[in-house]
Design a protein around this ligand. Structure first.
Ligand code: F0G
Length: 435
């Protein structure tokens, strides 16, 4: 790939060293994390609300139309301005923004919206980053891509690699990922390595193995993936008629999204798409909350944890994007919270019961908003968007176990138990009348 092709560069967030985008590296010489830098001064005159409004077509049959139909590539100037014919897209994004009165009342905020990223092609927000990461891997001429995952990244990478004709190698913590996600990795044909250890062990291994074996690393350590994930924020603000909410709440695990959201907001402000910057509420599970502990200590020292939570997607003790996420929290005057597994599963039951549904980790954002309202951090009159990151069917095991009262240490507060009956009309009547 010719470096002149892309009008952006890759820069270290610590020392500012810059690298050409075609150089395959994931961290700076100094060890710092990397970020894609766009020429925002120039983009100010090139992008506008009207430009993005005009690309709001949602049907694509011919590949030539796919860029405008994708909720990622519609914003391509601010993502990665690659030649349109090189784009590998399903297309992703265009997810619903729900307003549900029952949930609004339950969390205690009148103007409460849910941005459902579980409505992406493989059932999670990871598709927004992966379309960019896999497109870029192809442009770089890579033959294989790799990632460590708590399940959703691997499902997404496996699908996009299959679409692009690349070999996919996924590293997952043995026995710790939800069934729906394991099924996807196998079905889409990824070489699936079940690593003995937790996510952090798998992450360390893939970081060593990728450069050694010529695989392109597609964890959110890769700065190009985060460029795609920024579009969750672009799209939700676009859906709100370019009127930013007061708060955006999201679950936080490896901290890629927290970092991406902060970067998205900074860029939207700098190119003039928004005037006011919403505050981020990043929500961790209590049993896997190193970033929360760091926040409480004013980020004086980098924290780690031995993770344990029912929300396996965010069961992470040593988040990769830690430093990038600190910048996002500082830039947005954000808040980091931790919620218990009980709070997560009860919030999930409410989201599910509303007919919307999500996987456990996603519900952390809603549980966090409810807690923040109770603690007076979010005011009932403020506008809040909570991001749901994954689909209900990703983790059917956790859902059924909750309703059957089989989750260790968790009360099934809002249980809906199945009822076994003899096959007769009277029995049906009896059960329906007593419900
Ligand atoms: N929600 C879901 C459903 C996830 O799968 C993840 C991360 C997160 C939230 C947290 O996002 O890492 O950007 O802070 N899943 C990764 C994976 C780690 O491997 O699928 P984050």
């Amino acid at each position: 790939m010719d470096d002149g092709m892309l009008p952006c560069r890759v820069q270290c967030i610590n020392c500012g060293a810059a690298y050409p985008p075609s150089e395959i590296r994931y961290t700076c010489e100094c060890g710092g994390l990397l970020e894609v830098e766009h020429d925002l001064g120039k983009l100010r005159s090139q992008v506008s609300r009207e430009l993005f409004d005009s690309r709001n077509s949602s049907f694509a049959i011919r590949h030539s139309q796919i860029a405008n139909c994708s909720g990622v590539w519609r914003y391509r100037e601010l993502v990665l301005p690659v030649p349109e014919e090189s784009i590998i897209s399903r297309p992703e994004g265009n997810t619903a923004l729900y307003h549900n009165p029952h949930l609004a009342q339950w969390v205690g905020v009148e103007e409460f919206y849910l941005k459902h990223e579980g409505e992406n092609p493989t059932g999670s927000f990871k598709d927004r980053g992966m379309t960019v990461g896999v497109t870029y891997a192809k442009l770089l001429g890579m033959k294989a891509v790799a990632c460590a995952s708590t399940g959703n990244t691997s499902a997404s990478m496996a699908a996009y690699a299959a679409l692009a004709g690349l070999k996919a190698v996924v590293f997952i913590p043995e026995g710790m990922i939800a069934f729906g996600k394991l099924a996807q990795a196998l079905a889409y044909g990824a070489i699936t390595l079940q690593v003995k250890g937790n996510f952090d062990t798998a992450m360390a291994l893939v970081r060593e193995a990728s450069p050694a074996l010529g695989m392109y690393l597609l964890n959110s350590l890769n700065p190009f993936r985060l460029e795609g994930q920024k579009t969750i924020v672009f799209e939700l603000i676009h859906q709100l008629g370019w009127e930013p909410p007061d708060w955006i709440a999201l679950p936080a695990g490896n901290l890629g999204n927290t970092a991406a959201f902060g970067k998205a907001l900074r860029e939207m402000k700098e190119v003039g798409l928004i005037e006011k910057v919403p505050r981020l509420l990043a929500v961790q599970a209590e049993g896997a909350a190193p970033f929360y502990r760091g926040f409480v200590n004013g980020f004086r020292k980098r924290e780690q944890a031995t993770p344990n939570t029912v929300a396996t997607a965010i069961k992470i003790g040593n988040p990769v994007s830690y430093e990038r996420a600190i910048r996002a929290i500082r830039y947005t005057d954000g808040v980091v919270f931790a919620v218990s597994d009980q709070e997560i599963m009860d919030a999930k039951a409410q989201i599910d019961r509303a007919g919307i549904g999500c996987e456990p980790a996603s519900a952390a954002s809603v549980a966090g908003v409810r807690k923040a309202v109770r603690e007076g951090i979010i005011r009932p009159g403020e506008r809040v968007v909570a991001v749901l990151t994954g689909h209900l069917l990703k983790d059917p095991g956790a859902t059924v176990d909750y309703h059957l009262g089989r989750l260790n240490g968790i009360k099934p507060t809002y249980a809906n138990r199945p009822v076994t009956i003899e096959a007769g009309l009277r029995e049906v009547e009896r059960v329906i009348n007593s419900a």
